[in-house]
Write a protein that binds this ligand. Structure first.
Ligand SMILES: [Zn+2]
Length: 275
């Protein structure tokens, strides 16, 4: 699933390419459910409108239109892609939605698994309500060490599960959770409220570090993720533990193991990350 660094990379690309462009037409094919509340409602909200810019909250992309009340929320879920193409480019196999733009390009919303969506948010109050479901946003002043310490101290769930909880911390998913825990030398199954004195701070810093590195590398292409130009991100080559099971830990040489935590495949070093 695209996480904060992947969605942020797409946001920056789209802002550069589509700011002040007009959406001429929305075409959809075989999967109308991706358009919420209905394909007609999304068409009505966006056709003929100009894009003011793209925002992001957690893993949600926000397309702001020149009609100031309306925002389109886009979620890529497990396998969504937003790729700018020319109409003459070869078709994308899983393109379910295409936005035709006034510069002759088109934005294709591809999704192999079809969980992604595009949703009309009609006013500021509804947008505020939607965004209030998310916890602290990394790289904003609200994501402080103090608040992070409070969050981890409040839960007895596995620390990995807590840092992936979108209502607590926004944007961290399976890849960056595994990477941050390795960096902070914390076992993913450790009860969150049992972290010792320096561990919460180490983990807080590790989360920011791995997310920042992910953004600098333009995301991690281990599954379907591609940037808005259709190119892979570079971060896969910088992964230390995620999907590295069977390989030596880059820090101590111990073989990386894979377990399941909260139903999610979890990769860690049994030597550096013991409890
Ligand atoms: Zn190790």
């Amino acid at each position: 699933m695209p996480e904060l660094p992947e969605v942020e990379t797409i946001r920056r690309d789209l802002n550069k390419e589509l700011k002040d462009r007009k959406i001429v037409k929305l075409k959809y094919y075989d999967w109308a459910k991706m358009l919420k509340p209905s394909p007609e409602a999304v068409q009505k909200a966006i056709e003929g409108k100009k894009i003011r810019g793209f925002g992001r909250r957690a893993k949600l992309l926000l397309m702001h239109l020149d009609d100031h009340d309306t925002t389109i929320a886009l979620h890529l879920k497990l396998s969504g892609q937003l790729i700018l193409r020319k109409p003459t480019d070869p078709p994308d196999r899983f393109a379910h939605i295409i936005l035709e733009l006034d510069n002759g390009k088109e934005l294709r919303f591809n999704d192999l698994r079809k969980f992604g969506f595009m949703k009309v948010i009609h006013n500021k109050a509804d947008l505020a309500k939607l965004l209030s479901e998310f916890g602290s946003e990394p790289f904003t002043p609200e994501f402080t060490l103090e608040k992070f310490k409070e969050t981890v101290a409040k839960s007895s769930r596995a620390i990995k599960t807590v840092i992936m909880d979108q209502s607590k911390i926004a944007g961290v998913g399976n890849i960056y959770a595994d990477e941050a825990l390795w960096r902070a030398r914390i076992h993913p199954e450790n009860p969150s409220n049992k972290l010792n004195y320096s561990q919460p701070k180490d983990l807080y810093e590790a989360i920011l570090f791995v997310l920042k590195q992910g953004i600098e590398d333009r995301g991690t292409s281990v599954d379907q993720y591609l940037d808005a130009h259709g190119d892979e991100g570079e971060h896969a080559r910088n992964l230390k533990v995620f999907r590295q099971n069977g390989k030596p830990c880059p820090r101590c040489g111990t073989i990386i193991k894979k377990i399941r935590v909260g139903g999610r495949g979890t990769h860690f070093c049994p030597e550096c990350q013991h409890d």
